[in-house]
Design a binder for this molecule. Structure first.
Ligand SMILES: Nc1nc(=O)c2c([nH]1)NC[C@@H]1CN(c3ccc(C(=O)N[C@@H](CCC(=O)O)C(=O)O)cc3)C=[N+]21
Length: 283
């Protein structure tokens, strides 16, 4: 029976440490200040933005939310990003994804000053990630690495299968795990035989948005299971993994909710503080 990787508990613990760090900064006259740009009324985004607001307040950060209407023009958002880039009092900027159809999200991300890139999603910071010379990491991958570290689950030499190749999860997580000397395979919708890959994996990470994608038959005895999925099934939040069945075979497994999600938000807060310290020439 697998041990539950309690992301919520770890996020709370890390938040306490971060709060102390922020206090120290405040005593030096520095209060980390970041901005979230949310375009339109995606219901999931609304929830995340509020979760962040709560967490930011708890840790002592200043967070501004720029809620823009669904029909906002690309140029308006670019102008806002330019303004925030130039504003010395702002330490971090992020654009909540997904954005409405008329918006070119890649162009928005490219416009963010890499030094203020809380999400680590600008081309410069994605490049630095693969060069193993990074100062900020995308939040969900950073949270997953923190979770594995906390439970003393090593990555060196492990066979990892990541299902999903998104810019915000699969790809950056592959870079971070490779950096820790794991052998990483990224599977995706066109992968020929997913089960053949996952059956051999020491660690499986699923980030697809397909409920019940990962079944017990696909999992090796003693594997570590990280579920990044967020799916609503009959009004209930579930991940990509058939949790009850897979739990019996896994050595460790993350629940949904209470697993990777809370650590994503915590990692964002950590990134804001990291960037703030860096902008003020602190290690
Ligand atoms: N630019 C950008 N950066 C992101 O980091 C980003 C994004 N866009 N778009 C969407 C995804 C998703 N994401 C989550 C944040 C919190 C929870 C979270 O706190 N989940 C709770 C449950 C929340 C609930 O009950 O709905 C949990 O898993 O326990 C989940 C997912 C951040 N994302």
């Amino acid at each position: 029976m697998g041990i539950i990787l309690d992301g919520k508990a770890l996020a709370n613990k890390l938040a306490e440490n971060l709060k102390e760090k922020v206090k120290t900064l405040k005593n030096e006259g520095i209060t980390p200040h970041f901005c979230v740009i949310n375009i339109g009324d995606n219901p999931a985004s609304k929830i995340y933005v509020h979760t962040k607001k709560r967490r930011a307040k708890k840790v002592g950060l200043i967070q501004d939310i720029y809620q823009l209407p669904t029909d906002t023009h690309q140029e308006q958002v670019l102008a806002l990003i330019d303004k925030l880039n130039a504003d010395q009092s702002i330490n971090g900027i992020m654009v909540q994804l997904p954005a409405p159809k008329q918006i070119n999200a890649d162009e928005l991300l490219e416009r963010i000053d890499p030094n203020k890139d809380v999400d680590g999603l600008t081309p410069a910071n994605i490049g630095r990630l693969w060069l193993e010379d990074h100062f900020v990491e995308p939040a969900t991958p950073a949270g997953i690495i923190a979770l594995l570290q906390h439970y003393n689950i090593p990555l060196v030499g492990k066979d990892v299968v990541i299902i999903g190749r998104s810019n915000i999860v699969g790809q950056p997580l592959a870079a971070l795990m490779l950096e820790q000397n794991a052998t990483v395979t990224i599977a995706h919708a066109k992968t020929k035989n997913l089960a053949a890959l996952t059956k051999k994996a020491d660690i499986i990470v699923s980030a697809t948005g397909q409920a019940f994608l990962v079944t017990a038959e696909m999992v090796k005895d003693g594997a570590v299971i990280i579920d990044v999925g967020m799916n609503h099934v009959n009004g209930k939040l579930v991940g990509d993994v058939d949790f009850d069945a897979v739990k019996k075979k896994a050595s460790y497994i993350t629940p949904v909710p209470g697993g990777v999600g809370p650590l994503t938000v915590q990692s964002l807060m950590e990134a804001v503080v990291k960037l703030t310290r860096r902008q003020n020439d602190r290690k």
